[in-house]
Design a protein around this ligand. Structure first.
Ligand code: DGL
Length: 273
């Protein structure tokens, strides 16, 4: 029998997936979460498919020791590289962040020109394009890797002239092509949403896969009758955070974007899983 009070496992290469965890907290507040951030091995965006898949398998094994009832891969690169393989091996539901964002973008565009900004790995996998074309075969999908956005976000330069300048350099070609929809295809990017929005201008709709993923998770749990309806059972262990290194830095970052005080982040040796 399914334990509805069991937590949702959420993982990312580091802090970016907190934007997804935050949306899950907002949209399905009765759910418990066990979050793992692979802070010792970040970034994933420049690593190979084999490496990212191996890391993702280890994290899934760790999350299973926490008796999670479902898993969210809150990292675009890991979703692009590892979701399909891991999904076939698991007996609990697992979703990534790419399909939900691709679906909304395919339905949103009016002129058929969709931009995707993400890590080199996600762009190189062409996975957004694949999913978008399954829904909207005529769509033109233009990918742009924006590797400097991740360190800028991690340095807290969310609204800063340096970030404005880098955004202009990365995004000008997408503006010139005339896209009307832009997917924030990296979990860090929702934190610089206002900079990206300002640079692209009002005519471009931004799609935030973090929001769409939480919505899809809620739908999935509802459909499978796995939603936790009983708030009282959540207890002190409502949200648990684990990392592979740098627990204090992680905690500071997490507390700057999530309003529920994050009391602790525990370090585990992920290589053991
Ligand atoms: N979280 C990653 C993603 O969404 C970005 C950071 C990294 O390269 O690991 O693709």
């Amino acid at each position: 029998m399914i334990d509805k009070n069991a937590p949702i496992g959420v993982f990312d290469s580091g802090v970016g997936g907190l934007t997804v965890a935050r949306e899950i907290m907002r949209q399905i507040p009765n759910e418990r979460i066990v979050y793992f951030g692979d802070t010792a091995r970040v970034p994933y965006g420049s690593k190979s498919k084999e490496t990212v898949t191996r890391f993702s398998r280890q994290i899934v094994r760790f999350l299973q020791t926490q008796k999670v009832k479902a898993i969210v891969i809150a990292c675009n690169t890991a979703s692009a590289y590892a979701l399909e393989e891991i999904e076939a091996e698991l007996d609990i539901p697992i979703i990534g962040v790419i399909k939900p964002g691709a679906k909304v973008a395919a339905q949103t565009t009016l002129n058929g020109k969709i931009g995707v900004i993400a890590t080199e790995g996600t762009i190189g996998s062409h996975i957004y394009s694949r999913y978008i074309k399954e829904i909207n075969p005529k769509a033109e999908v233009i990918g742009k890797a924006c590797p400097l956005f991740v360190p800028l976000v991690e340095e807290g330069l969310w609204q800063d002239p340096v970030t404005d300048e880098i955004a202009k350099r990365y995004l000008t070609e997408l503006i010139d092509i005339g896209i009307d929809t832009l997917i924030l295809g990296c979990t860090h990017y929702p934190l610089i949403r206002s900079t990206v929005g300002k640079t692209m201008g009002e005519g471009v709709t931004l799609v935030n896969p973090a929001y769409e993923t939480a919505r899809e998770l809620k739908e999935l749990l509802t459909e499978k009758e796995m939603l936790n309806e009983e708030e009282a059972k959540l207890g002190d262990n409502r949200y648990c955070f684990y990392v592979s290194d740098g627990a204090e830095k992680f905690k500071r970052f997490a507390n700057s974007i999530i309003k529920y005080g994050i009391l602790s982040a525990r370090i585990i040796n992920i290589e053991e899983y």
